[in-house]
Design a protein around this ligand. Sequence first.
Ligand code: MTE
Ligand code: CO
Length: 430
Amino acid sequence: MSNHEKKGGQVPQPDLSRRRFLGAAGAGAAVAASGGVAFAQGKPDPLITEIQDWNRYLGDSVAAHPYGKPSKFEAHVVRRDVEWLTASRESSINFTPIHALDGIITPNGVCFERHHGGAPEIDPSKHRLMINGLVDKPLVFTMEDLKRFPGRTNKIFFLECAANGGMEWKGAQLNGCQFTHGMIHNVMYTGIPLKVLLDEAGVKTNGKWVMPEGADSAAMTRSIPIEKAMKDCMVVWAMNGEALRQEQGYPLRIVVPGWEGNMWVKWLRRLEVGDQPWHHREETSKYTDLLADGRARRFTWIMDAKSIVTNPSPQAPLKSKGPNVLSGLAWSGRGTITRVDVTIDGGKNWVAARLDGPVLPLSLTRFYADIEWDGREMLIQSRAMDDTGYLQPTKDELRKVRGVNSIYHNNGIQTWLVRANGETENVEIS
Ligand code: MTE
Ligand code: CO
């Protein structure tokens, strides 16, 4: 006997009494719950009373999908670019559809891509990783060598481009969290701690910096302090259990946890150890922050705590009054998210959101707040705190110290205006 039958044929209803409601901005009594249509109240629903084709006929065989793809009804869940930003082979950027995802792991096919010279197609049997410079024993590894090397490990980390939110410094501009916050992904990497490989080569006592170099036409290079290289960097060949995607650096990339995405060199072919930073293009003319007084911040590696309400958002408007799940993501390059507060009245009242799923250091953290919407306009924001006690600043607080010349490291609080019809817009309030 099924549960359903035990309850005397009643259509199960969601238990709304257990939900924690936030009153909508100054709202009075909660609106009646609308979690489902009671069977007795409505006309018979043909989707219940009539057998559908998919229920009647045979489905696809296992031979139809040797490598599974999302349902065709999910075709809108894709990376997108912004027309006036570049989408050329010389320099391209697209964005993760974070408004259409849940949990904390980004599926491989929708991880945003950023490349400065196109994504090369590399034959793994011809790929080599060289370690040279201030080491006792310069080394060259094949992919097979790396996969045989002792010390393999799996870790989940977010990667955020320092330019995430960069178009919003001067004011609200792009309508969708995919575009304002989608230069981020969060996957489980498989590889070897960089320390293990550097120890094998033997870093000389004057070896203080490591320079990863890419095998793409941009030959991307950055300077990483040896302390960071030895602490938690990884050389990886897999993401979410399968080989890296071409776009993400197949067959090999470096992982620099919590630090700006630009340093995570893809198509990794060389690691040079030196006694000082190289001051290459990506750490001088780019990836520096010009302040109002003409000076520039440099070597701003760490991604500070940040959060975003992904639902509702401009690409994911509210559809119904009554109970709704407000959902979002928070992360910090300094450690673990300890708290996310949300407001629906533009910051007058804040409530602690529920952190859900694994809460890991240097990883995306999922949060939810179960809200009751009475159809009034809402000004929705979230603010994150990490285990160093750092609280995500407002955009105005950031501008006070950084000015508006910057492109990178915009971690200010985002505001969404939800209109009475549920449509949602990117706005700023001061
Ligand atoms: N590595 C190489 N070799 N070439 C590149 O153009 N782009 C960097 C970094 N590593 C880049 C690279 C930048 S700016 C970012 S934000 C990340 O890769 C993006 O990683 P993703 O494409 O996996 O999202
Ligand atoms: Co980047």
